[in-house]
Design a protein around this ligand. Structure first.
Ligand SMILES: [Zn+2]
Length: 388
């Protein structure tokens, strides 16, 4: 059992460790003397941390001739991060899928794996299945828990309390309906979780980007990244684009408002709208193919959906001013005919405050976007992002 003092000591040690890793991420390779300057740690403390990181396989130390130093041309020992070591593990416990990604210190993907699960499965058994998959990856050597400095988990239909994020000795409170301890047991590094769509957005985010990520499927989810950082909001539910009203006299939504975008633009209602107009389709894919082949009703329904989407997106873009909007999810298969009304509506909204251009695109389906993004979030949260 860890006492509060043990926890506090561990937290201090971890902060020191992150300082060493951050210096190596920033500079590539460093001598021990460089690291003393970078981290302001004493030689003894640094030596203990470097020793531990080397033993865990996070760092390698090699003799290298440093031309600039040139101490009689003698080789100097140089430390660098092991490029094959997984720095962060990302997991997605999605509605229909569990995926795991491992990201290296340079942000590149080291490995990933995913499994389809039933959409009726509750969160606790999903955590159990994710732990089983994780254990398989550890047993086969694809994940080495000792090199992992942080874990990120994206969970469908759950939002983290912004007042409880993993920042120090206090661990984050678990999502409603399940304990994450089976995963903590396998990966002792600090773990942070949040909504899966929010973390998936991180996998599309370039550097310090301002990005609005929108998923159109059975419902609507969206995530806002402001200057490279996830916007969580005061209550943890920022980004509810689906509950922006596009018609105040429209149908009542479960959220208590009227005419919410999500009441119109969801898979079931888009298919129903087409059927009401005289052309039934079994799937969104069939409808998208028919629209591409020139089916008049399918084309009109996609245009109708695009006009409604444009109303909500214009409101969101006026407010948060993203430089890029990425549309994903099943309905993104409609492609250009869905996006065109959005582009047109945004082009008409020139505020004349500053020249503005917003790039709008559809994202191809990527089964590991959620876990890739969760790993990116973990790296970023703990300050280790070479690419940025
Ligand atoms: Zn609503």
């Amino acid at each position: 059992m860890l006492t509060p003092d043990d926890n506090a000591l561990q937290a201090v040690r971890r902060r020191h460790e992150l300082r060493v890793l951050e210096a190596l991420v920033t500079h590539g390779h460093r001598t021990r003397r460089d690291l003393e300057g970078d981290t302001k740690l004493s030689r003894t403390t640094l030596s203990a941390i470097v020793g531990d990181l080397r033993q865990r396989g996070v760092l390698t130390e090699k003799d290298q001739l440093l031309h600039a130093v040139g101490r009689n041309g003698r080789p100097t020992k140089v430390l660098s991060l092991n490029p094959n070591a997984g720095a962060a593990v990302g997991m997605e416990l999605g509605r229909r899928r569990i995926s795991i990604s491992v990201t290296g210190f340079d942000g590149s993907t080291v490995t990933h794996e995913h499994r389809e699960v039933s959409s009726t499965l509750k969160l606790a058994p999903k955590v159990g299945l994710a732990a089983e998959l994780l254990e398989e990856l550890i047993d086969s050597g694809r994940i080495s828990p000792a090199t992992v400095v942080g874990t990120g988990i994206g969970i469908a239909s759950r939002h983290a309390n912004p007042a409880s994020l993993w920042d120090g000795p206090e661990r984050q409170e678990d999502p409603q309906g399940a304990s994450l301890d089976p995963i903590r047991k396998l990966l002792p590094a600090p773990l942070m979780w949040d909504n899966n769509i929010r973390l998936a957005a991180m996998s599309y985010c370039k550097s310090k980007e301002n990005l609005l990520y929108v998923v159109l499927s059975a419902g609507i989810s969206s995530a806002i990244i402001s200057n490279g950082t996830l916007l969580r909001g005061g209550h943890g539910i920022a980004g509810e684009l689906g509950h922006i009203s596009v018609d105040f006299t429209g149908p009542a939504c479960w959220c208590g408002r009227h005419g919410c975008l999500e009441s119109f633009i969801n898979e079931a209602n888009v298919l129903a709208e087409s059927a009401r107009r005289g052309q039934a389709f079994a799937t969104i894919q069939a409808m998208a193919e028919a629209a591409a082949a020139g089916d008049g009703i399918a084309i009109n329904v996609v245009a109708w959906a695009g006009e409604l989407l444009a109303r909500a997106l214009v409101a969101a873009c006026v407010l948060i001013d993203p430089t890029r909007v990425v549309i994903a999810g099943d309905l993104s298969q409609f492609g250009e005919p869905l996006l065109e009304p959005v582009r047109r509506a945004l082009a008409e909204q020139n505020l004349e405050l500053a020249p503005r251009s917003t790039d709008i695109s559809a994202a191809p389906f990527a089964p590991t976007a959620g876990s890739d993004g969760a790993a990116q979030m973990a790296l970023k949260h703990w300050g280790l992002t070479a690419a940025n």
